[in-house]
Design a protein. Structure first.
Length: 252
C-alpha cells in the first residue's frame, strides 16, 4: 500500500492532498495540531487508511521519536513519501519589529521541523529497497525577498537548499531517497486570508494579494493537490529538483 506522511494535513493544501490520497487507497499519516472531522469522515468512505497524530511541530525535540513511531507502525509499503507541508507566515512583519519568540517559533515550524523529520525519515528508510520520497512544500518566497516575510522567506530558502544538498548526497546511495522542493503557486487557503488581513505597515505588498483574490487568480487547494500528485506519481521530478507548479510541465 502506498504510504504518505503529511504534515499540516488538517487544512488547506495538506487536507486536499490527504483527501485525494485516501480516495486513491493510500495509507496517510497526518501530523498537525487539530484533526479534520471532514477527513475522518472521508476515511470511513474511502479505500485508504487515515491515522492522525496530534502534534505541534514547534516542539522539535519529540520529532525523532514521532517519526520512528510512525515508520515502525507501517506494515507493508511499496512507497513511502514524507510531505513536509505544514507552514505558517507569522510573524508577518519586518525583522527588527518581530518578537524573538515568534521569530523562533516560525523557524522551528517552517525549517527546523521539516529538516529534523527528513533526517529521521532518511535514517530509518535508507536501507529499504522501495521507493522513498521527501517533498518539501516550498514557495516562490524562497527565491524572492518580500518585505515583511523575512522569517518565512528564510525558511523556504533553507528548505530549497536542504533539498539540493540531500539530492547530491543521495546520488550514490544504493537505495536513494528522492527529494524535491515544490512551490505550489497562490492557493486559496487560510494562509492567503491571513496575508490579505495584514496591515500595509507590516506587509507593504498586501494590496497585490487582495487584487489576486479579486481577479480570481487563486488556485483551489483541490486543483493544486491534483496537479502535484499527478506529477509526483508520474515521476516528473528530478532528484534534488526545486520546482514550481505554475511552470512545471509533466514531461520536463
Ligand atoms: N496558500 C498559498 O498561497 C501558498 C503559497 C506558497 C506556499 N504555500 C505553502 O503551502 C503549505 C500549505 O499551506 P496552506 O496554504 O495550505 O496553509 P494553511 O491553510 O494555513 O494550513 C497550514 C497547515 O499547517 C498546519 N500547521 C501549522 N502550524 C503547525 C504546527 N505548529 N504544528 C503542526 N501543524 C501545523 C496546520 O494544521 P493545524 O492548525 O491543525 O496545526 C494546517 O494543516 C505551506 O508550507 C505554505 O508555506 C502556500
Amino acid at each position: 500500500m502506498p504510504t504518505y506522511i503529511i504534515t499540516g494535513g488538517s487544512k488547506g493544501l495538506g487536507a486536499a492532498l490527504t483527501q485525494q490520497l485516501l480516495q486513491q487507497g493510500a495509507a496517510v499519516h497526518c501530523i498537525s495540531r487539530s484533526e479534520s472531522e471532514t477527513l475522518r469522515q472521508e476515511a470511513l468512505r474511502a479505500e485508504g487508511e487515515l491515522t492522525f497524530h496530534a502534534y505541534d511541530l514547534a516542539q522539535t525535540q519529540g520529532l525523532d521519536s514521532l517519526m520512528e513511531r510512525i515508520l515502525g507502525s507501517i506494515d507493508e509499503a511499496d512507497t513511502i513519501t514524507l510531505i513536509n507541508n505544514a507552514g505558517q507566515l507569522e510573524p508577518m512583519t519586518s525583522i527588527g519589529r518581530a518578537g524573538h519568540d515568534d521569530l523562533q517559533r516560525s523557524l522551528q515550524i517552517n525549517l527546523v521541523a521539516p529538516a529534523l523529520l527528513t533526517n529521521s525519515f532518511i535514517r530509518h528508510t535508507q536501507a529499504l529497497p522501495i521507493v522513498k520520497r521527501v517533498v518539501h512544500i516550498s514557495s516562490g518566497a524562497g527565491k524572492k525577498p518580500y518585505p515583511g516575510w523575512g522569517a518565512y522567506c528564510t525558511a523556504k530558502a533553507g528548505l530549497d537548499m536542504l533539498t539540493r544538498c540531500i539530492g547530491v548526497e543521495q546520488e550514490n546511495q544504493p537505495y536513494p531517497v528522492e527529494v524535491f522542493s515544490i512551490a505550489p503557486g497562490v492557493v486559496d487557503t487560510d494562509m492567503q486570508r491571513e496575508i490579505r488581513a495584514a496591515s500595509k505597515e507590516d506587509f507593504p505588498q498586501v494590496s497585490r494579494f487582495v487584487e489576486l483574490q479579486k481577479n480570481g487568480d487563486l488556485q483551489s487547494p483541490e486543483a493544486t493537490a491534483k496537479q502535484l500528485l499527478n506529477l509526483l506519481q508520474a515521476n516528473a521530478f528530478a532528484q534534488g529538483e526545486i520546482a514550481d507548479l505554475r511552470t512545471k510541465k509533466p514531461e520536463s
